[in-house]
Structures are given as C-alpha cells and as structure tokens.
Design a protein around this ligand. Structure first.
Ligand code: SF4
Ligand code: SF4
Length: 361
C-alpha cells in the first residue's frame, strides 16, 4: 500500500507514462483510455481541481474501478486507485451528482444495514445453531440475498468434515459495508465499520465466506485497530485444514471440462489446492481478470448503477472464455456465480462448495 496521500498520488499519475496501462480489467474490456487507471486518476484530478466539468459522463468513469489492486501491483509507487478516486465519489454524493441507483442503496442501508431491502434478505436457517460460539462464520449479504441455499450447503459440508462450534453471524449488521466504502458514502461506512469491528472483536476467529468481505475487514477496518488481523480466515483456507485425512467418495467424480473461476481478490487462496487434494488432478484456473469482470468493491451493486455498461462488459467478457462449446464453470464466490448466471451461456455454473460437499464421504 502506498504511503502517498491521495492528492500526491494523483499528481504522480499526471506525469507517469501509465505503467499500469494494461493492468485494469475494466479498461481491458472497454478499450477506453478514460477507464485505464491513469485515465481515471487524471479525470479525478481534473474534477477536484475544477479543470473539468462534473458531468455524468466524466463521473461515470470514476465509478469504473473495483479496488481490485491490479494496477497497484504494476505501479512503481503502489498507488491505490480506490483511495485516489474516493474523494470524487464522496464529493459527488455531497453535490447530489452520484449515479441515481446509489440513492436506493443508501436508503436501504439506512433501513436495513445492508444494500438490499429488509425483506430481500433470507432469514438464517433455523437448523444452524445460533447460540454464542467462540468462532463464527460470516456469510456475505450478497449470498443471503441471491444464494441463501448456500448456507445449507455449508452446514452439510461442516457436518461432513466434523467441524463443530462454528456459530453463524446473526448480529444486526449483516454487511461488511464494502458498498458504502466504495461508493463514497464515507460517514455511513465509518459508523457501520466501527460498530462491527467492536462486535467482531469478541470472537476468537471469524471464517469469512467472501473474498470481498475479507479484504474489507483486513484493510478498511484497520483504522479501528489491529484486533481482527489474526482472527480472520477465508473459508477455503479454513476447509483446507480439515481435509488432510478426510476420505473422498470417489476420485472419479472429478469434473469433466471444468474451469475454476476465481475473483481477483482470491488469487492467493487455496481453491485449486482443495480441488487437487480431493481429485488428485489439476483444474484449469481462470482468474476473473482474464475472463470476467472483477467481483469486488462496488461490483455487487454495479448492475444496479450502470445496467447498460454492465451488460456490455458481460457480453465482452463472455467472449474471453476458453474456446469450449460447453462445460462446467466452477466458482466459490456468490458474486462470481451471480455474474456468470446473468450471461446466456452454454456453460453450466456450479458452486465449488456444493460440488465438494457432494464428493466427500
Ligand atoms: S497508478 Fe502508478 S503506474 Fe498507474 S498511472 Fe499512476 S503512477 Fe503511473
Ligand atoms: S484497482 Fe483494479 S479496477 Fe481499479 S483501476 Fe486499478 S486495476 Fe482497474
């Protein structure tokens, strides 16, 4: 992470030959200079310094970043685009110029502490013991909204692996606040994250289902302290530690013509190792940068903010899939699953953990 202030970072970008030019999955898909990290930072600087007008067209480009960090990796100064663009998004809210869909998200957060309407979130499964435990499982609100059956799959998986004493998070804040953070709703994010940080501190460990939630806890909650740092673990890493001596139903159950799709934020996680342990085989892996839009930051709300652009990008991304007529796209992340399922594709989408649960004794 860069130690430069967002203002100085934008000045560095101004004189940079755009070393990060090809790192951004969004500009790679749109092919537009204003969507490159360099383009977005210069647009942000122009808007904040009042050299450019605050038109919807200029503002739209400022929201085409999911804070995936690919450009920071390519940058000699590790500049964080998300921070460099945040000030514009905050001001856009103050000036009432933010995309119209954002108002609904903000209203929902006020009423229900997550980006959806209260009635949109499925109740937690009654069969999951909800009494206070030292360890808790944190599902994303996106999962609870669009793929609530995943909670039942996790329950079955934990039972097969004889995992005990893992409570389900049931606090009044079911969202880590990533949409607030990335949409520039700064004060709302700070309020939510402070309360949630202190609520989570009382647990010994927190198993996090979604890579976007994990990254938000690991980075954006740091301002409240380092207390969560060693308590957080991604679901795939957590399961890995239980797989060592577990019997599998049949190694012949490996998937045919399957590709594992991972969100960029999950690149270091052991999903493919889990597959290898279970089947004894390697699985082709496609990072979302190569084939799909990144599933990160504002992505969960992206189709609500920019429906036409989201559709255009999805169609383009579909063309980047491996040249197969059909097969299985395996994904561990409900954001990725939602995105793939919005395509009209001959590929069958399968949830990684569902497949895993079926193949384990
Ligand atoms: S983020 Fe780094 S590499 Fe990219 S334009 Fe700015 S200074 Fe250059
Ligand atoms: S953080 Fe990711 S999405 Fe945002 S500009 Fe950089 S590469 Fe693009």
């Amino acid at each position: 992470m860069s130690s430069l202030s967002p203002k100085v970072a934008r000045e560095y970008c101004q004189v940079c030959p755009s070393l990060c030019h090809t790192s951004c999955p969004i500009s790679e898909l749109t092919g537009e200079l204003r969507h490159t990290p360099w383009g977005k930072m210069n647009l942000a600087r122009g808007l904040l310094e009042k050299q450019l007008p605050w038109t919807l067209e200029n503002l739209e480009a400022i929201y085409q970043c999911y804070a995936c960090g690919q450009c920071s990796d390519a940058c000699a100064h590790s500049i964080s685009l998300a921070e460099g663009l945040e000030e514009v998004r905050v001001q856009a809210n103050e000036l009432d110029l933010a995309p119209s869909g954002l108002k609904e998200i903000k209203k929902n957060f006020k009423q229900s502490n997550h980006p959806y309407r209260i009635e949109d979130l499925a109740p937690l499964p009654e069969t999951w013991r909800l009494e206070k435990q030292e360890r808790i499982f944190w599902p994303s609100c996106h999962t609870r909204r669009y793929f609530p059956h995943r909670l039942t799959i996790y329950q079955k998986l934990f039972a097969k692996l004889k995992i005990k004493g893992l409570g389900l998070w049931q606090g009044p804040l079911p969202c880590c606040g990533a949409p607030l953070k990335h949409l520039g709703l700064k004060e709302d994010f700070e309020e939510l994250s402070e309360v949630l940080y202190h609520s989570l501190l009382s647990y010994r460990s927190i198993v996090v289902e979604d890579s976007a939630c994990l990254q938000t806890f690991q980075t954006s909650y740091l301002k409240w302290g380092k207390g969560l740092k060693y308590k957080l673990v991604h679901l795939s890493e957590f399961l890995d530690s239980y797989l060592e001596h577990h019997p599998y139903r049949s190694r012949e159950d490996k998937l045919q013509e399957a590709v594992l799709i991972k969100p960029i934020a999950l690149k270091e996680r052991p999903l493919e190792k889990l597959y290898e342990k279970i089947t004894g085989q390697n699985l082709p892996v496609l990072l979302s940068k190569q084939g799909f839009l990144p599933t990160w930051g504002i992505e969960a709300s992206y189709h609500r903010l920019f429906p036409k652009l989201a559709q255009k990008l999805s169609q383009k991304a579909l063309k980047n899939l491996p040249p197969m007529e059909s097969g299985t796209l395996l994904t561990a992340d409900s954001l990725v699953q939602g995105q793939i399922e919005s395509f009209s594709s001959p590929w069958k989408v399968r949830d990684f953990y569902e497949w895993m649960e079926e193949i384990l004794y």
